[in-house]
Design a protein around this ligand. Structure first.
Ligand code: GDP
Length: 139
């Protein structure tokens, strides 16, 4: 990966509320190309591995329970400056603090149920992409 890709998940509540189409439209309208896409449900252990960086945080238990509670949609997205531009597009972790027009402002319920994930570095984008997708699932 070369700094032009990031990994996103549409989180369980957003999938359940049928926001998948609207969120993907917003992502592609913002210039991202979808290189890989998958609908799946994480086990609690898999959610724990994905969010291992947060394992000492007080919200780790709630986070892994929530992220394994329903279907998610994982995608690898490509665009110049993908990680930073996608973080701008999704907005702050807590939708109360997110800018108008961002995905979390539009579709998040709360800080914990905040509609989408976005990688926070090129290194994590690569690790997270490898978590979900094999080579032959990427285009
Ligand atoms: P992000 O990079 O903006 O997603 O935020 P973080 O890396 O800080 O946190 C990862 C995820 O943990 C967030 O997207 C939220 O879903 C969840 N989270 C963050 N803070 C809290 C919290 O205080 N309580 C709960 N239950 N979940 C949280």
């Amino acid at each position: 990966m070369n700094g032009n890709q990031t990994l996103t998940m549409i989180k369980p509540v957003a999938v359940e509320r049928n926001y998948v189409g609207s969120i993907i439209q917003k992502i592609t309208d913002s210039g991202f190309k979808i290189c890989a896409i998958k609908m799946t449900q994480l086990t609690k252990d898999q959610a724990g591995v994905f969010y291992a960086v947060h394992k000492d945080k007080p919200f780790y238990e709630d986070l892994t329970t929530f992220m394994s509670s329903g279907t998610i949609v994982a995608m690898i997205l490509e665009k110049e400056n993908a990680v930073d531009d996608f973080r701008k597009l999704i907005g702050a972790t807590d939708p109360v603090d997110a800018e108008e027009g961002t995905i979390r402002k539009l579709y998040a319920e709360s800080k914990s149920h905040n509609a989408v994930h976005g990688s926070d570095s090129d290194e994590n984008a690569q690790i997270e992409s490898d978590f979900f997708f094999s080579k032959i699932e990427r285009y």
